[in-house]
Design a protein around this ligand. Structure first.
Ligand SMILES: [Fe+2]
Length: 423
């Protein structure tokens, strides 16, 4: 761990770290509280994982990188679990194939919960005597589990959407309604231009890919005051947006045609699937579950473009990353619209915003040695950066410098788009 991932607030007491560890572990269990063992074991596609697998893999992360590596004499709870629940760490040896995770009907959800409790107790008991290097890894493990909480929600949504019964993960009548019937008119707000500092700077935690901090040159530009709404997306559809090749990147047009795409994921006419089951499309809410290709085509249709990740970060630098619609407790999260006020709306939370920036290393980036160095750096090929978090991102997880990344065709995350224009 020589990377920027190793930053932990040096002023934070260990009791606070222990409390955040406990709260994070508890939220994961809350997210699966309504699930049956079958719900938690099924896998709907290779990109998604069973809920049970997320619970187990995050536990493997703590057991491996903290207890095994830093607690002398610790014996793994079950020697076979490392093969089942290592995700992609080549340095940790061979592993069960990702597309086959849904075949792991054993260990049961209950067995995984027993393992979780065992590891939780071991980490909490050992924590005061662990070296600072292990405390840093506990922080990384918390941040890692928060990422998996968001994936757990989006993977569950994808799984439940495959069922013709349209089951709800959570029954909720009012939890996901917008507070306004119509989004305010989109306004254009001048962004920072010239040389700006980009990337994580301070003492707090950041993933390695968020640094080193460096200068970027921004052209004169404007950013939309809010994300694109479902109502605006319906106009794009009505105007033949999905059938107009001149709006699309070549790869995007091939994807639209090959996959027969004519609407965001989970849309069916005037309704869409949510974690609370099928609902009428909310025209005011930010559009979500769109691919990079769709975001880019919409921007072309609107006479705009995607912002770069640097334009986005410069605009977000003075905003509160803990504000907005983010995950606080288990429930049927869904992006919504809120009353307008001046400036940029919903930069943090609600929907991840596709940028036009490739997910590549910043100048001077070096991946850390060893297994943990595989966390981000090896994925810097063929993916695009998303910014700002979503309604499924645990509150407290985000920063202005935070970089998420997905392949341009992927759209099962809560992905949306904010437009930009040259100015
Ligand atoms: Fe992971």
């Amino acid at each position: 761990m020589a990377s920027r991932t190793d930053a932990r607030p040096t002023t934070e007491p260990l009791e606070s770290l222990a409390q955040r560890f406990a709260a994070t572990r508890r939220l994961s269990l809350d997210l699966v509280a309504t699930l049956s063992d079958a719900d938690a074991s099924a896998q709907s596609m290779p990109d998604a994982s069973p809920a049970k697998w997320h619970l187990a893999h995050t536990t493997w992360f703590f057991e491996t990188f903290i207890l095994r590596d830093h607690l002398p004499g610790y014996r793994p709870f079950d020697d076979r679990y490392a093969y089942l629940f290592n995700s992609y760490y080549e340095a940790e040896g061979p592993r069960h194939a990702r597309p086959q995770r849904g075949l792991l009907t054993r260990p049961s959800l209950a067995d995984i919960c027993i393992w979780r409790a065992h590891v939780d107790t071991a980490v909490q008991t050992a924590l005061p005597d662990l070296p600072p290097a292990a405390h840093i890894l506990i922080e990384l493990g918390i941040q890692h589990e928060q990422q998996h909480q968001e994936l757990l929600l989006t993977d569950l949504k994808h799984l439940f959407a495959q069922n013709p019964l349209g089951p709800a993960v959570w029954k909720a009548e009012t939890a996901i309604a917008s507070e306004v019937a119509q989004f305010s008119a989109m306004k254009w707000i001048e962004g920072k231009a010239g040389i700006v500092s980009i990337g994580h700077g301070g003492d707090g935690f950041a993933f390695d890919c968020e640094g080193p901090r460096h200068d970027a040159l921004l052209p004169p530009h404007v950013l939309a005051s809010r994300p694109v709404s479902n109502g605006e997306w319906q106009q794009f559809i009505a105007d033949g947006g999905y059938h107009t090749p001149s709006l699309w990147l070549s790869d995007g047009w091939a994807w639209v045609q090959g996959e027969n795409i004519d609407a965001p994921a989970y849309w069916d006419g005037d309704r869409y699937f949510t974690l609370a089951g099928w609902r009428a499309i909310d025209p005011a809410a930010p559009v979500t579950h769109i691919s990079f290709y769709e975001a880019d085509a919409f921007a072309s249709w609107a006479g705009a473009r995607l912002p770069t990740e640097f334009e986005w970060e410069a605009a977000a630098a003075t905003l509160d990353p803990a504000a907005g619609q983010q995950l606080d407790t288990a429930g049927p999260v869904q992006p919504a619209a809120f009353p307008d006020d001046a400036g940029l709306q919903q930069m943090f939370g609600s929907v991840w915003e596709w940028t036009g920036s490739a997910y590549r290393p910043y100048p001077g980036f070096r991946a850390a040695p060893g297994a943990v160095g595989e966390y981000n750096g090896k994925f810097m090929s063929g993916q695009f950066v998303l910014r700002g978090g979503s309604c499924a991102t645990p509150r407290g997880h985000l920063r202005p410098a935070y970089r998420n990344f997905f392949y341009p065709h992927q759209r099962w995350q809560f992905t949306g788009v904010r437009l930009a224009k040259d100015f």
